[in-house]
Ligand binder design. Sequence first.
Ligand code: FAD
Length: 314
Amino acid sequence: MLTDHELRARLRRFWPGGVRWQAPMAALTTLKVGGPAQALVMPGTRDEVTRLINGCRIEEIPCHIIGGGSNLLVADEGLAGLVIGLGRNFAGIGRIGEDQCGRILVEVEAGCSLAGLLNWCADSALSGLEFAAGIPGTVGGAVVMNAGAWGREIKDVLASLIWLSGGEAVRKARPELDFTYRCLRRPDDAVILSAVFTLAPGDRAAIRKLCREHVAARRSRQPKAYGLAGSFFKNPEGVAAGKLIEAAGLKGIVSGGAMVSERHANFIVNTGNATAADIIRLMELVQARVWEVHRVRLEPEIKIAGGVTEKAAG
Ligand SMILES: Cc1cc2nc3c(=O)[nH]c(=O)nc-3n(C[C@H](O)[C@H](O)[C@H](O)COP(=O)(O)OP(=O)(O)OC[C@H]3O[C@@H](n4cnc5c(N)ncnc54)[C@H](O)[C@@H]3O)c2cc1C
């Protein structure tokens, strides 16, 4: 691990802008756990993102990308190196044209929140993304996770994207992209810079109404908790992970400040003072018990970053 002094010296070679040191990741994630980022930068333009990513590669600085932090569990040890936060500083939206069928193509920078995008769509009377109303996080996070609800996924409305990989920004059209359930398969170092969505002209009021209905339906189903991410485990083929967890008698079990939600068993929540270690212990306990009872292996949908537990969980 680089010392702060070494990291500062390397960052100075390519980044003249501001840096936050020892930034608490708990404040940047919806689970509200995890230690600090050694250094955090929130770039505002595509050039800045590119400079940061390429600089880290050349200077051999470990680098982590975070969007809205709504699908991310950061280890208590925190994250060594640079965390690049793609958020509201990097959130432009613009119409770029029409396809042959008269549908509107809209390009969105990765840090734009889905909520912000949906508002823009409703104002612009453009339909297609209503299914995503109420999903927290950014466009970049939603593309990487192939976020979805109500039987629709981001891949269904995506026309193309630009990712930065190996120092090159490359546009990939939808047919070139390999999406699976809650996953975009991509090179390990690929950072999504922007995405183009295909939307249809629609009715402003109808778009808003459908979004409101989706948000209300979510509120009635999801747990209320101090901290939570989305569904903790991927649904195994043909069965809901929550049903397996509930049938294994695990609703309400706790590990320190972490608990399997009483309301929806596929949520592990932070009741107020959970550590990342509490959540990981509970995750492993649930996996072991579901295997014993159902002989099904549950795979985490959330991503785990940092510490000895670092793995691409899903
Ligand atoms: C209450 C609640 C409800 C939810 N409901 C749903 C739901 O219905 N459906 C659903 O699919 N999900 C749901 N989620 C999960 C989550 O909101 C989605 O997975 C979301 O798309 C994650 O986006 P994010 O910006 O928060 O990503 P983050 O949590 O910040 O990051 C997730 C992963 O993506 C990577 N990443 C983020 N941005 C980029 C980028 N630009 N380039 C490369 N990698 C990147 C990160 O490194 C990390 O590995 C829910 C979460 C919560 C808290």
